[in-house]
Design a protein around this ligand. Structure first.
Ligand code: SF4
Length: 414
């Protein structure tokens, strides 16, 4: 039972976010129906900025996959994708998104009174996160008879070298040329620079927001971050995202001054490694609230905290960003990144989510959880589950495991 003496203080910026999301989806719907405008579908870490600079309105299918998970409907849609030949243990974002398309339904219809995901003129993916996105986008490219283009960086890197960067820049240049040829457009270099500068600015502000959780009590938690991160993905490269994060950062800084924490009476600080469990976000968030434990940092929310752009060739920044992201790094880099996060955020214990349908963003499969436990002496819990498919997540078992884990932290402290 939640202790009624402990009251959450709502984050005001979340109210503003609802309006921004509505405007974003309603405008995308209008763009898809307007012959003078173009829509592109894009993977979450780009190449968004190029598409924006060409004047495309950009839609992100991964966000739609997460929405289907949060709406707790993925397990009803995935069987349709399985019927079309997709393995039930492949990315459940992809399977639920394809399933929704085959069902001719989307929660966007009910929430925003629009047709659903906008029909694309172009689909652009980046395999820096996984190859699944390529096959996912191919399904929709065939369905809508739309052009599909991709960037395929070298994977699982330790150090990112200038040769890696040059290689990806070459692919980005080719992507630009293909778009110019196919759509009769000419890229405006100044516009690309502006788009990259705005993306980088929004991303830096997002990182500053997340870093406020280094302080005790943390003014926001992972659960808040999952909602508040939407603009840094969907509206990257826009003034709207920058203004939103400026306001959010000011609100978080005020909470630091006032000593307002996401978890009143914060006792423990935990790190969440891996994908969220979207359909059980509320239950998990309430469980941690009851246990007076803040999930102070996560790999997932940090995935859109990119390096700053200091001018120069915008393709250089785009190539580096797409190579340097956590998911595209080797085990040694990942572990050292996690170690620095544990230290910076004064973490008492780490939870590794073993997401059944996303091996790409799961880091408990090759001994890392064990190594963290042994080398750092940090308590670690591995939770079996999935990002959207609740058939892989036992709520009762997970809650029991989380309670036992916090008891373990308690025991260490006393
Ligand atoms: S990283 Fe994982 S969740 Fe994201 S698209 Fe790839 S397989 Fe799906």
């Amino acid at each position: 039972m939640t202790d009624t003496a402990l009251k959450r203080v709502p984050i005001e910026s979340q109210k503003r976010l609802r309006g921004l999301m509505r405007d974003y989806f309603v405008d995308l719907d209008a763009a898809a129906k307007d012959p003078s405008r173009r829509v592109a579908w894009c993977t979450s870490v780009g190449p968004t900025e190029i598409l924006t600079a060409f004047g495309f309105e950009v839609f992100f299918p991964e966000n739609h996959g997460a929405l289907l998970g949060a709406q707790k409907v993925s397990h009803t849609l995935i069987p349709r994708a399985v019927g079309a030949g997709y393995c039930p243990e492949t990315c459940s974002y992809m399977n639920s998104d394809i399933g929704a398309s085959l069902a001719g339904w989307s929660p966007l219809q009910d929430i925003y009174d629009i047709d659903g995901p906008p029909k694309p003129d172009l689909l652009a993916y980046n395999t820096n996160q996984c190859r699944e996105v390529q096959d996912w986008f191919k399904f929709f490219s065939s369905k809508h008879d739309a052009e599909i283009l991709g960037v395929r960086p070298p994977l699982y890197l330790g150090d990112v070298t200038s040769r890696h960067v040059d290689f990806v820049k070459g692919q980005l240049r080719e992507l630009i040329e293909r778009i110019e040829r196919s759509f009769g457009l000419k890229l405006d270099d100044a516009r690309l620079e502006e788009s990259v500068a705005k993306s980088s600015k929004a991303s830096s502000l997002w990182r500053e927001v997340l870093e406020t959780a280094r302080t005790r009590p943390a003014p926001l938690s992972f659960w808040d971050g999952l909602i508040l991160m939407a603009p840094v993905i969907l509206m990257r490269g826009s003034d709207t995202a920058i203004e939103f994060y400026e306001g959010l950062l000011a609100e978080m800084q005020q909470r630091l001054v006032d000593g307002v924490g996401a978890i009143p009476g914060e006792r423990f600080r935990v790190y969440w490694e891996g994908m969220p469990v979207w359909p059980r976000m509320r239950e998990l968030s309430e469980k941690f609230f009851d246990l007076q434990t803040v999930v102070a940092a996560s790999t997932y929310c940090n995935s859109w905290a990119f390096a700053d752009y200091d001018g120069g060739d915008p393709l250089d920044w785009m190539a580096r960003t797409s190579l340097e992201i956590f998911i595209n790094r080797d085990e040694v880099y990942k572990q050292s990144f996690l170690e620095s996060m544990f230290e910076e955020f004064s973490i008492d214990g780490a939870i590794f989510h073993n997401a059944r349908t996303c091996p790409n963003n799961t880091n408990s499969r090759f001994g890392m959880a064990q190594r963290v436990r042994e080398e750092l002496g940090l308590p670690v819990l591995v939770l079996d589950g999935d990002l959207t498919d609740i058939r892989f997540f036992s709520t009762a078992q997970s809650m029991t495991n989380i309670e036992a884990f916090i008891e373990q932290l308690e025991g260490r402290r006393s």
